[in-house]
Design a protein around this ligand. Structure first.
Ligand code: FAD
Ligand code: DHB
Length: 391
């Protein structure tokens, strides 16, 4: 099998890249190790930055998002049983975010790719990347029990944190920057209307809690739990009791309960692999970087990477100049590190670490008070949350 751009992974990064390349008249093949149902059901991100929404719309993938996505003009910070709303448009010159689940973004992009785009092979596992330093990189893969090879001009690793593409960068070239956290998120889906019309990020002595949503009838909630926790260790009522405690306020706000339909634990990690390119191999999305989820940045970063890459590949085709491809890693990393910084700040602002001292707790509260009382501090948060410009 032969193509121009071989894409490993059909998460948001791989699917959107294939779509953007198709629109630019560049051929690609996407290899995805899982089956379609799995990719369409995997519960993850929920928040799209304004820039991500604009990109999906421009790619012709915004129709259902525009109908079903929920525009949010702010978030609420909860601490010391009080509530503080951050008003995005008022602080950023009109920017907002949209609640539209990653599962739905993937469903829309898969349907478009299968209808209009190049081959998208499910249950096709890339086994590695060969010849990245030469002119004809290759991806050996296994599809329906058969081994095959995809010969390409470029390979893009969109295969997430656990993928194979990053491993093709020689050890002497790779630089890795990382941090782990002593806590994780227990996430649940609940068949109950969200108890608030915007997201609530809560800092509590017992740990962080987040109230989010998937639709006007489905809530998505998260609890900080110790790293290494298994979802089965928490009973449904125990989860609701703990959410209630951490989200409690001094006014008459109430958390509505409903049946839980899904439960899972997400570890928290900060990770950046530099550079994001080696020869004709490019890394995009979680394959190159991970942020802890508190800032809602992971999916949006993946979108930024593939927009930058699609533009660079189209530029090379049209002009013969590799200038933008050569700048790919540096361009993306500027935005990646801003998202790393913001995600780290949001995480340490709201979570409680096992070795936190009373001094650390007071500092956290002082940082929150600062956001609640200074327009400059609040604007900093609002600008980062609604998204950094694409480079
Ligand atoms: P992935 O979605 O991981 O896709 C990689 C794909 O590659 C997968 O389909 C995988 O099966 C496939 N693959 C792997 N290895 C191979 C192989 N060898 N061969 C072929 N295919 C392979 N981000 C936000 O922006 N906002 C949020 O609100 C947010 N909330 C989150 C909440 C949770 C609980 C979690 C876990 C994440 C959250 N994120 C959020 C992060 C976001 O989900 C990820 O950053 C995003 O999925 C990255 O997309 P990707 O395409 O790079 O990687
Ligand atoms: C969701 C996830 C996040 O990481 C976040 O910061 C906000 C919302 C969500 O899944 O809805």
């Amino acid at each position: 099998m032969r193509t121009t751009v071989g894409i490993i992974g059909a998460g948001p990064a791989g699917l959107l890249l294939a779509r953007l390349l198709h629109r630019a008249g560049i051929e690609s093949v996407v290899l995805e190790s899982r089956d379609r149902a799995y990719v369409e059901r995997r519960q993850r991100a929920g928040i799209l930055e304004q820039g991500t929404v604009d990109v999906l719309r421009a790619a012709g993938a915004g129709e259902r998002m525009d109908r079903e996505g929920l525009r949010h003009d702010g978030i609420e910070l909860r601490f010391g049983r009080r509530r503080h709303r951050v008003d995005f448009p008022g602080l950023t010159g009109g920017r907002s975010v949209t609640v539209y689940a990653q599962t739905e973004v993937c469903k829309d992009l898969i349907a478009l790719q299968l209808k209009e785009g190049g081959p998208l092979l499910f249950e096709a596992e890339a086994l590695g990347v060969e010849g990245a330093e030469g002119d004809r990189p290759r991806i050996p893969f296994r599809h329906q029990g058969r081994e095959d090879v995809l010969e390409c001009e470029y390979v893009v690793g969109c295969d997430g944190f656990w993928g194979v593409a990053r491993k093709a960068v020689p050890a002497g070239v790779s630089r890795v920057f990382e941090r782990s956290y002593p806590y994780a998120w227990l996430g649940v889906l609940a068949d109950v209307a969200p108890s608030h019309d915007e997201l609530v990020y809560a800092r509590h002595e017992r740990g962080f809690a987040l109230l989010s949503m998937r639709s006007p009838a489905v809530s998505r909630l998260y609890l900080q739990v110790p790293a290494g926790t298994e979802a089965g260790q928490w009973g449904d009522e125990e989860i609701w009791d703990e959410l209630e405690r951490r989200l409690e306020t001094d006014d008459d706000w109430r958390l509505e309960r409903g049946p839980l339909t899904q439960k899972s634990v997400t570890p928290m990690r900060s990770f950046v692999h530099e550079p994001m390119r080696h020869g004709r191999l490019f890394l995009a999305g979680d394959a190159a970087h991970i942020v802890p989820p508190t800032g809602a940045k992971g999916l949006n970063l993946a979108v930024g990477d593939v927009v930058t890459l699609a533009r660079a590949l189209a530029h090379e085709r049209q002009t013969g100049s590799p200038e933008l491809l050569d700048a790919y890693s540096t361009t993306c990393l500027r935005r990646v590190w801003q998202a790393e910084r913001f995600s780290y700040d949001m995480t340490t602002l709201l979570h409680r670490a096992p070795d936190d001292t009373p001094f650390d707790a007071r500092l956290q509260l002082a940082r929150l008070e600062r956001i609640a009382s200074s327009r400059a501090a609040e604007t900093d948060l609002a600008e980062a949350y609604t998204g950094f410009p694409l480079g």
